[in-house]
Design a protein around this ligand. Structure first.
Ligand SMILES: O=P(O)(O)OP(=O)(O)OP(=O)(O)OC[C@H]1O[C@@H](n2cnc3c(O)ncnc32)[C@H](O)[C@@H]1O
Ligand SMILES: [Mg+2]
Length: 179
């Protein structure tokens, strides 16, 4: 690792930035700087399946590298339909300058039916959660996962787990013996 390693996070959302800071601290990477880049996700504001949510994470990670980061991290929240209802889903992606890329999925819980109805009517989860909690910034803090788990698992902690899986896979790839 060079001394001037820049880890980019493709969002200004503090729940995501904090998660990448915590993940980088726990990793063995010699981090000098974590930079937040305002980059497009390239997907709809409310992704509605795993593929679209993962694509948003990958696009954000690649865009950070384009902006000058040595390692780009993208974190994206979305929802996905299952037989019994709509679930919260979250994806992360890490890309380095050589194009080496890793992905990781986060925790998922079934959303209450009234939230699923609101999503189907075209609202974003962030807006629905803000209305429910009367807190416009809920997506930047505990998030939907925090509210519906009585804050036992909050959005930033959920993203920390994803960040650790990304940094961990990246480190493994650096240690891996070439056969
Ligand atoms: O600034 P960015 O990085 O875009 O952060 P965001 O909060 O908008 O997060 P995402 O784009 O990753 O999430 C897509 C949509 O789903 C909402 N969302 C996803 N997970 C959520 C959660 O746990 N709590 C509240 N809103 C959530 C979010 O507000 C968006 O409307
Ligand atoms: Mg967003």
């Amino acid at each position: 690792m060079t001394e001037s390693l820049i880890i980019g996070i493709g969002s200004g959302n503090p729940a995501k930035v904090k998660a990448v800071e915590a993940g980088a601290r726990s990793s063995g990477l010699d981090t000098v700087q974590i930079v937040s880049y305002n980059v497009p996700s390239g997907v709809r504001p409310q992704p509605i399946n795993d593929e679209e949510t993962k694509a948003g994470a990958l696009n954000r990670a690649a865009a950070c590298v384009k902006e000058g980061a040595d390692i780009g991290i993208g974190l994206e929240g979305g929802v996905m339909q299952m037989e019994d209802g709509m679930y919260l889903c979250n994806w992360g992606a890490l890309t380095d300058r050589s194009g080496k890329t890793f992905t990781a999925g986060g925790a998922r819980i079934k959303l209450p039916d009234f939230i699923a109805d609101g999503l189907q009517a075209g609202s974003e989860l962030g807006q629905l959660m803000a209305a429910l909690t009367e807190d416009a910034d809920v997506r930047k803090k505990e998030g939907a996962i925090g509210i519906f788990t009585s804050r036992l698992v909050n959005r930033d902690e959920m993203f920390v787990h994803i960040a650790l899986m990304l940094f961990g896979q990246y480190e493994y790839s650096l240690q891996e013996k070439q056969s």
